[in-house]
Design a protein around this ligand. Structure first.
Ligand code: GAP
Length: 571
């Protein structure tokens, strides 16, 4: 029997949300095309995300190339460590994620097991493709990055980016100047990321090309208080912390203020973005009862991250699916790029009040240094100025050699230095969203079938904010001037910036069903009464209720309804 996944995907393909890419050539697992409705819905999710992060948080968006040179990914650690554990069936030669095969057989924490442990467990497990055991096969690493070369002659190694984040990290210096050298600041990027997943057999959940919306927020390491924490402090969120997971307990419903205060969540920034994500997912139309936040266990958390939470959404087919990751990545990324590039990746943070310190400073005696060091005397003088005097002399490193300069070759004077601030390497707070997974989850949660007058009505109860078509315009007949009035109304609705679809084919009941199935929240019908009294029928998708309103107010009323400024039942 078809489960909701099959039904959603059948509808998605048939009505133009999403379908396999290059179907005529057999298609490739993990690559999908968004059809007209899917592309529209995806854009709306992205724009809603921009409302939260760009408009409300004030984090400007940048756009970096999807292909990047090797140095970026050596620094980030992806070249060395961005790999999944893979096993090839010795019989049918099919490749599989070694940990996924184990998980399907209820082996706990398979993701954190070593290659040796996985090989040992797999010996007795059957291959999901052919059913014979993996005995004789060894688990090994497979790097998930797509490799390429940049330019014809150079054969310079490049990679398709596995996350959008690295572009923001490498631009840190320029972004810091853009934000007038002040912390905190945030930058976001929405775009394609690529991972050569080993066996992507989970529809839109595991793709080889997918869209991420990532925010990288650079904060002072000692100040992880979000300036607008109060906005979400009282929001209740379902948290499945380390304790609940260890005790196999359900998530606790707790305010984010309390979660931060009690130390369940590491700091206000992480807490703030957990709450914001909760708000965002619900605004997209995910069912609040099927959302939870799961904390990474110490053995699954990246070694550099101090805290990490996944927003998970419950899918009937796939169970709890991670759709967003929220992490405090500390200074790991900036430190890594500093080491690789030689740039400092720090911000100069002025003190509230300047500090004055008295220091013993060395002043070289050129008359004494000249005869001894000749051509290198100037370099020695400069090195001495930066070194500390001791009783026995001052140590410098000249041409890689340590030299102790005796006290008779320099003078020491007490000087006052004014220190205006300090160089700080910011920490990064990162909420990272997978747009495709969110879109699929919303479709699954919105999908509904109900009995109406003995017939099954399929309806996508998608949020008005992200429905691909917002209004259907339906002339009862495409004659007698009804079509002309409907087309005029259509133009007025479009002028309000709404996405409308004109449909004049078939019985009106069928046309309503077609719109219900793609989640259109409102339908407008022009009938013979319209010609008499200038009113039209306005129908709401979810309740199927219909009211008559003056056609002159229609476009404005629809705009208010879709923006949530007025409720249908109050019209
Ligand atoms: N910069 C951090 C980062 O990339 P991630 O947890 O690997 O973290 C973030 O990815 C989000 O991207 C995930 O929560 C998920 O929604 C999405 N994502 C990751 N791999 C994906 C894939 N193969 N297909 C679809 N979405 C994916």
């Amino acid at each position: 029997m078809a489960d909701v996944y099959d039904k959603v995907m059948e509808l998605a393909k048939r009505r133009g949300f999403v379908w396999p890419s290059s179907e005529i050539y057999g298609s490739v697992a993990g690559l999908i095309d968004y059809g007209p409705l899917g592309a529209m819905m995806k854009r709306k999710i992205e724009n809603l995300w921009r409302d939260y992060y760009v408009a409300r948080e004030g984090y400007f968006e940048i756009e970096c190339p999807t292909v990047g040179e090797e140095a970026i990914y050596i620094a980030s650690g992806h070249v060395k460590g961005f790999a999944d554990k893979m096993v090839q069936c010795p019989h049918c030669k099919e490749y599989h994620r070694a940990d996924h095969v184990c998980e399907a057989h209820n082996i706990e924490h398979a993701e954190t097991k070593t290659l040796g442990e996985l090989t040992e467990i797999l010996r007795n497990l059957p291959c999901p493709a052919c059913g014979k055991t993996f005995d004789g096969a060894e688990a090994h690493y497979f790097n998930l990055m797509f490799h390429t070369t940049i330019g014809p002659g150079s054969q310079r190694t490049g990679y398709l980016r596995p996350e959008t984040a690295q572009g923001i990290f490498t631009d840190f210096g320029r972004l810091l100047r853009f934000y007038r050298d002040k912390l905190p600041f945030g930058t976001v990027q929405i775009g394609k990321s690529y991972r050569n997943e080993i066996s992507p057999r989970q529809g839109m959940i595991r793709l080889r090309e997918f869209t991420q919306a990532e925010a990288e927020i650079f904060v002072h390491p000692q100040h992880k208080e979000h300036p607008n924490f109060g906005r979400y402090a009282d929001r209740v969120v379902p948290l499945r912390g380390i304790k609940q997971q260890e005790n196999d307990e359900e998530p606790v419903a707790i305010t984010i203020g309390e979660a931060v205060k009690s130390g369940i969540v590491a700091n206000e920034y992480v807490g703030y973005y957990i709450a914001l994500t909760h708000d965002f997912l619900i605004a997209c139309g995910a069912d609040p009862a099927r959302i939870r936040f799961r904390q990474h266990l110490p053995d699954e958390r990246a070694h550099y991250a101090t805290d990490c939470w996944d927003a998970e959404v419950l899918s009937a087919r796939f169970g709890w699916v991670e759709v967003v990751g929220i992490a405090d990545r500390t200074d790991y990324d900036l430190k890594a790029h500093a080491a690789q590039s030689g740039d400092s990746f720090t911000a100069f943070i002025p003190y509230d009040e300047e500090k004055k310190v008295r220091e013993m400073k060395i002043v070289a005696d050129m008359g004494a240094l000249g005869p001894k060091f000749k051509g290198k005397a100037k370099a020695v003088a400069e090195l001495l100025a930066a070194s500390k005097p001791t009783e026995n002399g001052a140590e410098i490193v000249l041409d890689g050699e340590k030299i102790l300069i005796p006290p008779e070759l320099y003078k020491v004077r007490e000087q006052e230095t004014v220190i205006r601030g300090e160089e700080v390497r910011p920490h990064v707070i990162e909420p990272s969203y997978g747009i495709d997974r969110i879109l699929y989850s919303v479709l699954e949660h919105a999908f509904d079938e109900e009995d109406v007058d003995g017939e099954t009505r399929t309806v996508l109860r998608i949020s008005k904010k992200i429905a691909p078509v917002q209004v259907a315009v339906l002339p009862l007949m495409s004659r007698d001037g009804l079509d002309t009035i409907a087309l005029e109304l259509m133009a007025e609705i479009q002028d309000e910036g709404l996405i409308a679809q004109y449909d004049d084919s078939g019985a009106i009941g069928r046309r309503y069903r077609r719109q219900d199935e793609i989640g259109t929240p409102f339908a407008v019908t022009v009938d013979y009464d319209t010609k008499e009294d200038n009113t039209v029928t306005l129908r709401e998708r979810d309740s199927m209720k219909q009211i008559r309103i003056p056609k002159d107010h229609l476009a404005e009323t629809l705009r208010q309804l879709i923006r949530g400024k007025v409720a249908f039942e109050n019209l």
